[in-house]
Design a protein around this ligand. Structure first.
Ligand code: 5GP
Length: 176
């Protein structure tokens, strides 16, 4: 792969501050209530692991895999489940953790899939949202940063499988 030209878009410090803000709100909402926190793979793994380390709650971790980009930089609009939850979540308080809401199709699919399992409650969190890219109305309870409709990588987000390990979010300057 050719090395891409990246420019820092959201720094590690800004991200960590936002993680603490969101965790603080969740800690208040779910005080004394057990929760199941769901990591949407692959893109949210880094945000998720930072977030849960800031949650002071009785929590269980679960993982749900979906693929919607298939290695490209535009959403296919087709959501494929690559890994299902490992146990029933009926009557549980679910916190669903996503990396980014672009067209909104994946988040709406995830919400429908979780609600079909009849949880006690469903709270959605996304680190990023691109309001100008939404193709369908999509309500998210906690959004970290609203960003322009540009392709970003890092902090879990990839380009063809690369750059997920960056501790910050970067814009790709020379994408075709
Ligand atoms: P949506 O269904 O909202 O269009 O797409 C959501 C998924 O597309 C996200 O979970 C993420 O995996 C991917 N995605 C959307 N925008 C970007 C982006 O700017 N960069 C990267 N790396 N992935 C993105």
């Amino acid at each position: 792969m050719n090395t891409l030209k990246l420019s820092t878009y959201i720094s590690e410090t800004e991200i960590q501050k936002k993680v603490k803000d969101i965790a603080g709100k969740l800690n208040q909402t779910f005080k004394n209530k057990p929760v199941v926190v769901i990591c949407v793979l692959k893109g949210s793994f880094m945000f998720y692991s930072d977030l849960i380390r800031n949650l002071d709650l009785e929590l269980q971790c679960e993982f749900f895999g979906v693929s919607s980009y298939h290695g490209n930089t535009t959403s296919s609009g087709e959501v494929k489940v690559t890994l299902d939850l490992t146990y029933p979540v009926e009557d549980k308080n679910l916190i669903l953790v996503e990396d980014i809401v672009d067209t909104g199709l994946t988040m709406n699919y995830l919400k429908a899939s979780m609600l079909s399992r009849k949880p006690k409650s469903l709270t959605t969190v996304s680190l990023l949202e691109k309001p100008d890219a939404l193709k369908v109305p999509c309500e998210v309870d906690h959004v970290g940063f609203k960003i322009p409709n540009d392709f970003v990588v890092g902090y879990g987000l990839d380009y063809q499988g690369y750059y997920r390990n960056l501790p910050y979010i970067a814009q790709v300057q020379d994408l075709q």
